[in-house]
Ligand binder design. Structure first.
Ligand code: SF4
Ligand code: SF4
Length: 282
């Protein structure tokens, strides 16, 4: 049987919140019997966009991480709910039964992704349904995917484990694999949120004027191992990304034309802009 999967590309998310608003448009004041009751106007984020700032001015970026229900195959929420208050359909979608789950605020704690929200007025837990009511009507994508202008969200229906499937793609990862819930939501470029970079600017002096060193060679060393090489752009800036946080001391070695090589020590804890590195005549 084919099952639904969602793939989220962190690199492409720009925090426009169109997905969040499309979800509101679909579910606020709309009852979908057999799927979910209506979503309250305020308080719920069935697709929640988390934000993380990295680096320091001016070498800085922001990563956005959309987090809906993961529609886990090994879902702790289903185990905690008991008696069918939550259940998994054959196509992989996890739904909450609004009648059986009435009054079950305790279910919120069972989800390690904090993807379940409490509806005070209806006295019921609620969450993303992957717009199952639309998919069952023949839609090929939920409203969030349809509304995303950058292609950061992609829905795929396929047989688990088939050749070339989402799961088999090397660049597809799940969020927090340590939770062991076997999510059906996959991510690309998760490093943008969970890993860090080292950046800086290289300059040199010519006739008393400071200039940007374009195409300076920048090597990153950890102990005796060279872990990355890049060159500066036309502003003299460099950025080496996808490094592990708290991965300890590194050496940055800069070479440029006939200027003296320069080394900078970095104790990498989180993303860092090492600032301007001025080269001197060799
Ligand atoms: S993300 Fe949370 S609510 Fe969704 S299926 Fe997994 S455990 Fe359940
Ligand atoms: S619509 Fe797409 S780009 Fe906009 S916040 Fe949602 S996932 Fe990100």
């Amino acid at each position: 049987m084919t099952k639904w999967n969602l793939i989220i590309d962190v690199e492409k998310c720009e925090d426009c919140n169109n997905c969040f608003l499309a979800c509101k448009d679909e579910h606020v004041d709309n009852e979908w019997p057999g799927y979910t009751g209506s979503q309250p106007l305020h308080g719920h984020r069935w697709i929640n966009i988390l934000r993380k700032e990295r680096g320091q001015y001016p070498l800085i970026d922001v990563a956005y991480l959309p987090v809906p229900c993961m529609h886990c195959d090994n879902a702790p929420c289903i185990k905690a709910a008991k008696e069918g208050a939550l259940y998994k359909r054959e196509d992989g979608i996890v739904l909450i039964d609004p009648d059986k789950a009435k009054g079950r605020k305790d279910i919120l704690k069972a989800c390690p992704y904090e993807a379940i929200w409490w509806n005070d007025e209806k006295n019921v837990p609620q969450k993303c349904t992957l717009c199952a009511h639309l998919l069952d009507e023949g839609w090929t994508e939920p409203r969030c995917v349809q509304a995303c202008p950058t292609g950061a969200l992609e829905i795929v229906r396929e047989v688990d484990g088939e050749t070339g499937s989402v799961m088999a793609q090397e660049d597809a990862e799940v969020l927090h694999p340590e939770f062991k819930t076997e999510p059906r939501i996959y991510y690309r470029n998760l490093y943008r949120y969970f890993r860090c970079f080292v950046a800086g600017s290289v300059s040199f002096q010519r006739e008393g004027v400071t200039e940007c060193a374009e195409e300076a060679r920048v090597e990153l060393w950890k102990n005796a191992e060279q872990v990355h090489v890049t060159v500066t752009d036309n502003f003299g800036d460099f950025k080496i990304d996808n490094l592990e946080e708290n991965s300890g001391p590194y050496r940055i070695v800069i070479s440029y034309r006939d200027y003296a090589k320069k080394e900078v020590q970095v104790d990498l804890k989180t993303s860092i802009n090492v600032g301007e590195i001025s080269l001197e005549a060799g």
